[in-house]
Design a protein. Structure first.
Length: 295
């Protein structure tokens, strides 16, 4: 008990919880984009993390290679990935709408490997760093916080709030929510579903691009960087209830804290294992997800 008490009440444990909270903000942003796409279009983009990877490459080349300031480079990355989201919908997703889920998974899975291969072919397998160091600041006498993580959390939180206001206060947001709740009725009422699908794909891609910019402050980019967080984001969405944006938001922080706590007591890999184990147990108890809406 003394050993456990020494760990739990340690300053480092408090820092771990804070780091988990900050990481959860970025995961919440990613889960929001993926859940939005599934809720409206009813297709899970298995390749969503690879869009993030392309966004990380975009901001790297804009900032490091072409010398653009960080904020304009980030805006370009968001725009590029938003356009890629629309292109993905037009070229691939539009052809598997209404098809069997296995066909949809195979199609988006094929895009995943295609994008990884293209990135490897053009950029190689080197780990590329944005080279931006924001240092850290002192939160209390003994607790320090990464400025990069804190900025990423604030931006992600702001984006989540902006999306909430867009979906709840705007006409387009109301249409998106309506078609996600009853797609068939909305189409019968004359709503242009294809237009809404395109807008949703652009928004989902834009969120992936924003997440790419925030992740670039903390991680190097390489063709397989999506493997680091792609499966985690997918499981977050499933745990929260696919299509349930609020559930995915909450599940993101649960997952992030599990990874952080497991990494504190062992190492980061064991933190991920702990999160996966909790996910498997959750699926046995509530296959529809912890925060899924009750019909």
């Amino acid at each position: 008990m003394e050993f456990l008490s020494e760990y739990v009440f340690s300053v480092f444990f408090v820092e771990t919880l804070i780091n988990g909270l900050l990481y959860g903000g970025v995961l919440a942003l990613l889960s929001l984009g993926l859940n939005l796409i599934f809720g409206v279009i009813d297709v899970v983009w298995i390749c969503y993390a690879e869009l993030v990877m392309l966004g990380m490459y975009t901001i790297y080349f804009m900032h490091v290679v072409y010398g653009l300031p960080l904020i304009p480079a980030a805006l370009i990355a968001v725009l590029v990935v938003a356009v890629l989201g629309v292109v993905l919908h037009k070229v691939v997703i539009n052809h598997v709408l209404g098809k069997a889920p296995i066909n949809q998974l195979l199609a988006t899975g094929g895009v995943l490997f295609f994008l990884q291969s293209i990135a490897t072919l053009f950029f190689g397998v080197e780990f590329l760093s944005l080279g931006v160091s924001l240092g850290s600041f002192q939160l209390s006498e003994d607790i320090y916080m990464s400025t990069s993580q804190f900025v990423a959390f604030l931006v992600a939180a702001g984006a989540v709030v902006a999306m909430y206001l867009f979906l709840s206060r705007s006409y387009m947001g109301a249409a998106i929510r309506a078609i996600s709740q009853d797609r068939d009725i909305m189409i019968l009422m004359g709503v242009d579903a294809n237009r809404l699908y395109g807008i949703t794909s652009a928004i989902g891609g834009g969120l992936a691009g924003l997440a790419a910019c925030l992740l670039s402050l903390q991680f190097d980019v390489h063709p397989f960087v999506g493997i680091s967080f792609g499966p985690i984001v997918f499981m977050i969405c499933v745990m929260g209830g696919l299509g349930n944006m609020v559930g995915g938001f909450l599940a993101a922080f649960v997952f992030a804290e599990l990874i952080a706590i497991g990494g504190y007591f062992a190492d980061l890999e064991w933190g991920t294992v702990l999160a996966f184990c909790v996910f498997v147990i959750t699926m046995f108890i509530r296959p529809e997800g912890l925060f899924a809406r009750k019909s």
